[in-house]
Design a protein around this ligand. Sequence first.
Ligand SMILES: [Zn+2]
Length: 464
Amino acid sequence: MQAKLSFHGAVGGVTGSCHLLETGGLKLLVDCGLFQGDNQWRSRNQGDFGFDPASIDYLLLSHAHLDHCGRIPLLVKRGFRGKIICTRATYDIAKIILLDSARIQEEDVEHWRPANLRDGFKPKKPLYTTLDALDALGYFETFTKYDKPHKLGDAVKVTFRDAGHILGASFIEVDTKGGQRVLFSGDLGNTGKPIIRDPSFARKAEVVVVESTYGDRNHKSVDESVEELIGCVLKTFEAGGNVVIPSFAVERAQELLYFFRKFHEEGRLPRSDVFLDSPMATSVTNIMRRHPECFNEETLRLFNSNADPFSFPGLQITRTQTASKRINHAINNAVIIAGAGMCNGGRIRLHLQRNILRPECSIVFIGFQAKGTLGREIVDGAQEVSILGESYKVKANIHTIGGFSSHADKDTLIDWLAHGGRHSKVFVVHGENSAVSSLGSAIIERNLSDEAIVPELHKQYSLE
Ligand SMILES: [Zn+2]
């Protein structure tokens, strides 16, 4: 019987990854992510999955970003009773991400409850609760070694390979009952990153589902970006200011610690305080220390020599609100790393309040800033912004450093696909329209596939 593939997210945008492969009498789901962005995207989370969750045998999870794992508790709540297979590192991070997501949803419902009651609406219910998230964690089965095939049912084999995107991330090969190989890229990493290894290359596969987040552009190198970062820090310190860096809690915050440790060891960082003011980033840093099996050679060497890749003199980890408030006393020579990465929540807003009005300070953006977020407003050059309900003139220097992305750029994606030879079908997902079409055209131009298909949501495709 022919294998069938359908797409239930990451179509027409980058969020909500969820693909269903049916082969050998099994239903395999690859990822089950949350839709993120404006109200229209988020409203999809409450909707149908496009399949019956109870009918799914296995969920293969590529990595622990919310747009790949964030609907798992809902999947379980709606009847899924199969197994969720992923690396141990992915599970450890997903645990934190899912519990945090449940807490945010519970708090959001509580926040709107009085207004809903006042306006005569029924109070909303959270998509899932902390208890739902805890329940879902019981369905995980984990492993620590990449490249080892797992047999599912009588005739299907799946192999997780190193995607080099975030700790534990994988791309997934499925060898179907009919003898075809279907390859799911998950999110592929950028090359030359610190801490984790570069992505492994694709192997020969008849069908590929490839992400295209940066399918229409190439990044600056990581080395250039690191020089930009230290240059900006030194200039700001000379001017007598602080450097504020909004950062994602997973991977980016640890990379920053890694680079600042290196600056310190190389004697390039003057006497300063570096604050990591994000409890979630601190937890993820601790998880990283438990997973040396995911490290690249340089980080592993450090780790094996008992050096901590994420620690150095001058680093201050602030867990509590009180400790966070004490950072307000830092007038100059401080680097403040805090979440949320797009400034749409979290402690970073308090640090922006303190520093954005000061022309001697710098705000350094090192990650993607989505439309509609405070971060995007600042990056786009707003003269005045509203932070926690108060208006602030933007007087600090605003820098954007692009090369720290944890996603492969266009050339890296093409290179990755080319290593697998020629494919008969490539489905292009997980990108804005321009990125999807640009990568699709490049695939055909480079003769990497007969077809580059942009799939439709919930539509089923037969794989010959
Ligand atoms: Zn990701």
